[in-house]
Design a protein around this ligand. Sequence first.
Ligand SMILES: [Zn+2]
Length: 159
Amino acid sequence: MFRVGIGHDTHRTVEGRPLILGGIDIPAEFGLDGHSDADVLLHAVTDAILGAAGLGDIGEWFPDTSAEFAGADSGELLRRVISEVSGQGWSVVNLDSIIFAERPKLSAHKQAMTDNLAKLLGVDSAMVNVKAKTGERVGPIGRGESIDAQVVVLLSKEE
Ligand SMILES: [Zn+2]
């Protein structure tokens, strides 16, 4: 059987923090604010997988009130979720994603993010797609106040 899941996340941009997207350190004059490492793409990926497997959402799994997850590596949180869904017999078929960021230019980093996501998900890089869009200079994304990510994922399980 197949199950589709959707994920969305938003983080505010802030000076003095690294910008980590899809587990990759992106050179930028700002980073993203958040309780964990604020990897907006990995959070959306994690939520999409939880949704597809019917397992709730990232906030239930990793509460931002918990000291355990302060500064957490979002790749590690995703690995825990993958381990749970794999244990239930699910595997990832493919994943598509969009990062919404006015700055910096992400085209040079898309392949690294794709390869890292594929590694985390245990699939071939051909099954992962990372797209980047600006906010056309309008709204919080366009003004550079936040970065968003949207993800859809398809899971399959032998019946
Ligand atoms: Zn987040």
